[in-house]
Design a protein around this ligand. Structure first.
Ligand code: BGC
Length: 744
């Protein structure tokens, strides 16, 4: 293939071009043999390369390492870890001849019921963006493409091919689009995948508002937009809106429709060429990376998968510091009982297009036996089966109960059955299966050392037994070596450090989308607006089971102090230093989170918004300083008429161990000229005494006479009027100010 795109474009016939608008087969683009234009290979790959040769998915994919799923990766809050996974995925892609990985998936976890929550990072757009930027930059640096998906509002499975997500402008931009926006600007994915659903009345694949106005014109995205598989309805409209490649292929009817549209003048030739150019560019980029058909580094990546998994498992409860079961502690004990179908039939990933055929698979029972066998008797009882057979489950429970009586420790592996959490349908509730809840409750009545390990990809309701068990570990869906990582955590060889990236409500009904999820009559209304996840629970001051950002460690950390400037100039990044001390007995890692809130925004803002995070590893007794830098722009919110705005105001910085465990709060004044738009008739009066700049501002800009005039109009002394800062006032002309205040 030539490498001059203009020349290729001239040589391609219109018919050939039309054929390139849909794939050559299920996973490849069209080949044009005459010009030696090769097909490129796109496969799923958010947590492992899923090289499916068979288009009907009847054959398993070629084997590849199944790394922890997105829910786990996010819980690490660790960009260096994401980098390691992304490097490994790129390497495996090269071994398997893959050009573009169809991932990462970054939709927001609007409801815990969402069937694909395990494939997505978080309910928070800031965290999601940071993780995805690192992922994409790393994979692409290694010469493999990515497909950022699903653009946009693919937040449920119910009627996923057609549902119309009705979202107001502000939540659309601030919550659902904002991670996409940052990623486009900072990582420039080689492709973006347009979602199945509709958004405000248009299919995402055909929406010129989403594709043309926002993605191309506002954000400047120049690469290829691909449809989700079979998501195109009107090929010509989709192309006009900016969707380049329809997948899968081949769709001859649509090729013909494109030809007809060009002939009738509905589609201009430039539009066709522009799109083909993007595809040629993608092919050339892919061609420049050598794909060798070599064996995967199976053992190395299995170990890596374990290392990564161990950073993604969240300790939710550890009463009386029952865990870890270290060698020293086990000296006086003799026995451990491992309970649960899931201890042998491990759940390590979700079902659907992200499903990887693992190179190896460890199971929990074996991993625990290998770890503890020399010291303890490690027995097993199935306890329950994921089926509706009441009698069988009753017998299994009774057997487990009688075996558990005299054991020193009982470790129950609970979680959601495979079929409950899958692409294609949402969960019906957030409960664990009844037989598991009953088993756990009854075990706690006969044994006081019950540890529960959970295997699930989204929030679950644990109220039935959470107060009765000693310890709970949220293992998530930790990939093919997750069992080894868990055994390391239980034995204390690894100190857990991960934290939740999705709030666990007390009950499903508490979730802000409850009244509107999954919608009806083909419509789902995002009535909760910007208040999703912790933004809502905080606003409502609502108790939750586990808050966003929560996770325990075997050690403790003290937040000694934070160095924060008290004033930020416009455009200046916010630099924060936090001094942390490990005050416990184990070496450990702490994830530090920074939330902000604005004191007097013109539009309502959540009480907390995550804007920074970092991780620090400390030995017992060690003190360390974590340095964080927050982009000035992160202080912005989305104003439907004005776009992203940072307002001059006081901001609270809340530095803490979770969204509900704030250790240090600081106040900072932020300068911004945005206030020119903001100093409207609606601007509030704020007591001048709270505003160190107000007085200076007045003196700097206004004459004595003007001051008197303003005071007269407002029937109050000028020092009781609020000016945001001297600079901002100086930017306004005096008549404007007078006009504003006259009309207040
Ligand atoms: C999914 C995508 C996936 C594609 C190809 C679709 O059904 O929504 O996430 O990349 O299939 O497998």
């Amino acid at each position: 293939m030539k490498n001059n795109i203009t020349e290729i474009l001239e040589e391609l016939t219109l018919k050939e071009k039309a054929s390139m608008f849909s794939g050559g087969d299920f996973w490849q683009t069209e080949t044009i043999e005459r010009l030696s234009i090769p097909a490129i290979f796109l496969v799923d790959g958010p947590h492992g390369v899923r090289n499916v040769v068979d288009r009907h998915h009847t054959d398993p994919a070629k084997k590849a390492t199944c790394f922890p799923t997105a829910v786990n990766l996010a819980a690490s809050w660790d960009l260096s870890l994401i980098e390691k996974v992304a490097e490994a995925l790129a390497e495996e892609s090269k071994c398997l001849g893959v050009d573009v990985l169809l991932g990462p998936g970054i939709n927001m976890k609007r409801s815990p019921l969402g069937g694909r929550n395990f494939e997505y990072f978080s309910e928070d757009p800031f965290l999601t963006a940071e993780l995805a930027i690192k992922f994409i930059n790393t994979v692409q640096r290694k010469g493999i493409g990515t497909s950022l998906k699903h653009y946009i509002a693919n937040n449920q499975e119910y009627k996923r091919f057609s549902i119309d997500a009705q979202i107001d402008e502000r939540p659309l931009r601030e919550i659902y689009l904002s991670a996409f926006e940052k990623i486009v600007k900072k990582a420039n994915p080689w492709t973006i995948m347009a979602a199945y659903n509709q958004v405000n009345g248009d299919f995402a694949t055909e929406s010129s508002y989403l594709l043309k106005k926002i993605l191309r014109n506002e954000w400047g995205y120049k690469n290829l937009v691909v449809s989700d598989w079979r998501a195109v309805h009107n090929r010509v409209e989709a192309l006009k809106a900016g969707l380049d490649l329809e997948m899968p292929g081949s769709v001859p009817i649509n090729d013909q429709k494109i030809l007809d549209a060009v002939e009738s003048g509905e589609l201009i030739k430039e539009k066709v060429d522009q799109s083909i150019k993007r595809q040629l560019d993608l092919i050339l980029k892919s061609q420049s990376t050598k794909k060798e058909n070599i064996d995967l580094p199976i053992e190395k990546h299995h170990q890596l998968s374990k290392e990564i998994a161990s950073e993604t498992i969240v300790l939710l409860k550890n009463q009386g510091k029952l865990l870890p079961l270290t060698k020293e502690r086990l000296d006086d004990t003799k026995s451990m009982l491992v309970v649960g179908e899931l201890a042998k039939k491990i759940r390590y990933q979700g079902i659907g297009s992200s499903q990887v055929n693992p190179t190896k698979l460890d199971t929990h029972y074996k991993a625990l036996k290998d770890k503890f066998d020399k010291q303890l008797e490690v027995d097993y009882a199935e306890g329950y089966k994921s089926n509706d057979k009441l009698e069988e489950n009753e017998n299994l429970k009774q057997k487990a109960l009688s075996t558990a009586k005299n054991k020193d420790y009982v470790i129950v592996y609970a979680g959601l059955p495979d079929k409950v959490e899958a692409e294609g349908y949402d969960r019906e509730n957030i409960k664990l299966p009844k037989e598991q809840n009953e088993l756990i409750k009854e075990l706690t009545e006969i044994n006081s050392n019950v540890i529960v390990v959970l295997n699930n990809g989204s929030a679950v309701d644990l109220r039935e037994w959470i107060d009765k068990v000693s310890a709970v570990i949220e293992a998530g869906l930790p990939g093919q070596a997750g069992a080894l990582a868990l055994a390391d955590i239980i034995s204390g060889e690894v100190n857990p450090s991960a934290k939740l990236t999705e709030s666990y409500p007390l009950k499903l009904e508490d979730n802000p989308s409850y009244l509107n999820f999954p919608g009806n009559n083909g419509i789902v209304r995002y009535g909760e607006g910007i208040y999703i996840g912790y933004r809502y629970y905080d606003k409502k001051k609502m108790e939750v089971l586990f808050p966003f950002g929560y996770g325990l460690s075997y050690t403790e950390f003290a937040y000694r102090k934070a160095e924060v400037p008290n004033h930020l100039e416009e455009g200046e990044n916010l630099k924060i230093k936090v001094l942390i001390e490990n005050t416990g007995l184990f070496k450990g890692k702490e994830i530090v989170q920074v939330y902000i809130s604005q004191e007097k925004p013109r539009l309502d803002r959540p009480p907390k918004e995550l804007k920074g995070f970092g991780k620090i590893e400390l030995d017992p007794g060690e003190e360390g300083r974590l340095e964080l830098e927050l982009d000035y722009q992160e202080l912005a919110y989305y104003h439907p008429e004005e776009g992203w705005v940072v307002e001059s105001d006081y901001y609270k910085l809340m530095i803490g161990a979770s969204s509900r465990d704030i250790k240090i709060t600081e106040k900072i004044w932020v300068e911004s000229s945005t206030i020119i738009k903001g100093l409207t008739k609606k601007s509030p009066f704020i007591d001048w005494l709270n505003d160190p700049f107000g007085h200076k501002a007045v003196k700097k800009v206004l004459t004595e006479e003007q001051i008197k005039e303003i005071e007269y109009h407002n029937s109050r002394p000028i020092y009781r009027l609020h000016f945001y800062s001297p600079d901002q006032v100086s930017l306004k002309n005096i008549e404007d100010i007078l006009d504003v205040y006259q009309n207040l």
